[in-house]
Write a new protein. Structure first.
Length: 199
């Protein structure tokens, strides 16, 4: 019997996930073993806070346009992560940014939504609700993981991996100005504008 140990993917490796392949006379069997970094005595990443450099990212929107941290340098960016297109809370949040979008534009603030939905889903969501800002595709949650907002969630007794509703305001220099880890979807866009007005 030979045993091979290899990481599933960069994301899986970050979560401490390994796939073990065991060779048996009847063929190959595959199974996943989820190991906590703490159980492995490895430190988990510290949560991002105000004053930290924003993690690097590079994502396509639904139209195929690439957005990256480098390309946005010199502009203030509101990067908001949401769980899923066309769900009640995410729709309220997106429409809030839509309704306040003129105020964001007046201050030269770039608004970018991010979820794990694919481009087709984003296109339908944006068209249905007349969203004027880009929705970025983060299938697999790699960028969300860098920001610490992708992980194990629980809903109606079922566990799954997904994005937690969170927002990061990034300064023109690429530094986190505001971090929102607890978001009230319906009023979130106006809350950010009020907080930024206070300085």
């Amino acid at each position: 019997m030979r045993i091979f140990l290899a990481p599933l993917s960069p994301l899986g490796e970050g979560l401490g996930v390994r796939a073990t392949r065991t060779l048996r006379s009847t063929g190959y069997s595959y199974f996943l073993v989820f190991l906590s970094r703490r159980l492995l005595n490895r430190d988990l990443p510290m949560p991002l806070t105000v004053g930290d450099p924003a993690p690097d990212f590079s994502l396509l929107d639904a139209e195929g346009t690439l957005y990256s941290l480098d390309s946005l340098k010199g502009q203030r960016v509101v990067l908001y992560f949401y769980p899923r297109d066309n769900t009640p809370g995410c729709t309220k949040e997106a429409c809030g940014f839509r309704d306040a979008y003129a105020a964001y534009q007046a201050q030269d603030i770039v608004v970018l939504g991010v979820s794990a939905d694919d481009a087709k889903s984003h296109t339908k969501f944006a068209a249905k609700h007349h969203l004027p800002f880009p929705l970025l595709v983060d299938e697999g949650g790699e960028v969300a993981s860098r920001f610490g907002v992708y992980g194990l969630k629980k809903f109606m007794g079922k566990e799954y991996f997904g994005i937690t509703r969170s927002t990061f305001v990034i300064s023109p220099e690429g530094i986190l100005e505001r971090v929102y880890l607890k978001v009230k979807a319906e009023t979130h866009a106006e809350t950010i504008l009020a907080d930024l007005a206070e300085g």
